[in-house]
Ligand binder design. Structure first.
Ligand SMILES: Nc1ncnc2c1ncn2[C@@H]1O[C@H](COP(=O)(O)OP(=O)(O)O)[C@@H](O)[C@H]1O
Ligand SMILES: Cc1ncc(COP(=O)(O)OP(=O)(O)O)c(N)n1
Length: 260
């Protein structure tokens, strides 16, 4: 039987990030993908033109439908939009035995807000404590911890500050630094540095969602956190290399690159 992986995230109408990216990643990595939609965005290669969150009741109902009947081997969270949704999702996840990958999505690549600033305290106090792995980019970790990363070495301090909020592992994505694409995975005792050549490709929409879903897929298949993160890094690096033009702006990574 295929492992079941659940994404709790927002919809990207352009298909490059959010729930759509998560489900494509899960298909590509051989797990059964399922979704709890938290918000709907009108989004394309030029940015986010509109966003509407769902009521917490609708998020809870979707989650219960999936978990009570089908069951999950791993969960990934993405855009949660507001404090009430962050609180509702954290409360649901506090009861699961499945590993939880939290991508604390804050702002899109175009600078559009995907999380209210009033929700940051709920992310710190309720969501991060239930995370097996938290995967912020540099802007997100700065918002959550106040630690600004300007060079590779600073990733260690950012990870330490994030771990203080309770996730078991921190994966700090250094994708926005210059030079190689270097990420740091640590649980406070082990350190795993993940380095890949930077692909000079502007079509990188959805990198963070893709990486986090790939980690969840690996965990659902029984990999350890370091093994799942290494496999996910390899997958997202290939997807970025194959990212393609779509619309007039930033195109998506290619989730199906291994099939071509
Ligand atoms: N141009 C690039 N070439 C290779 N890897 C990249 C590139 N940009 C980002 N990455 C990698 O993609 C993953 C997602 O990182 P990032 O783009 O920083 O996330 P986000 O989408 O949340 O901003 C990380 O592993 C990062 O190192
Ligand atoms: C609905 C939705 N969720 C998340 C994001 C952010 O996705 P990410 O993978 O971080 O990619 P970029 O937006 O940074 O390209 C999103 N845009 N929409």
């Amino acid at each position: 039987m295929l492992p079941n992986v659940l994404t709790v995230a927002g919809s990207d109408s352009g298909g490059g990030a959010g729930v759509q990216a998560d489900l494509k990643t899960m298909l590509a990595l051989g797990v059964h993908g399922m979704s709890v939609v938290t918000a709907v965005t009108a989004q394309n290669s030029l940015g986010v033109q509109g966003a509407w969150e769902l009521p917490a009741e609708a998020v809870r109902a979707q989650y219960r439908s999936v978990v009570d009947d089908i069951g999950v081997q791993a969960v990934k969270t993405g855009m949660l939009a507001t404090a009430p949704l962050v609180e509702a999702v954290a409360e649901l996840l506090a009861d699961t035995d499945a590993p939880v990958v939290v991508d604390p999505v804050g702002v899109s690549k175009h600078g559009d807000p995907l999380l209210a600033s009033s929700a940051l305290d709920s992310v710190r106090g309720a969501l991060l404590p239930v995370a097996t792995v938290a995967t912020p980019n540099l802007d997100e970790v700065a918002q959550l911890t106040g630690v600004r990363v300007e060079k590779e070495d600073d990733l260690r301090a950012a990870a330490g500050a994030l771990l203080a909020f309770g996730p078991r592992w921190a994966l700090i994505k250094g994708g926005h630094l210059a030079g190689d694409a270097v990420d740091l995975l640590t649980d406070g005792s082990e350190e795993h540095w993940l380095r890949a050549p930077r692909h000079d490709n502007r079509h990188t929409h959805g990198t963070g969602c893709t990486l986090a879903s790939a980690v969840a897929a690996g965990l659902a298949k029984g990999l350890t956190v370091p093994q799942a993160v290494r496999a996910a890094k390899e997958y997202v690096t290939g997807a970025i290399a194959a990212g393609f033009r779509l619309g007039a702006g930033i195109g998506p990574v290619d989730h199906g690159w291994r099939l071509r």
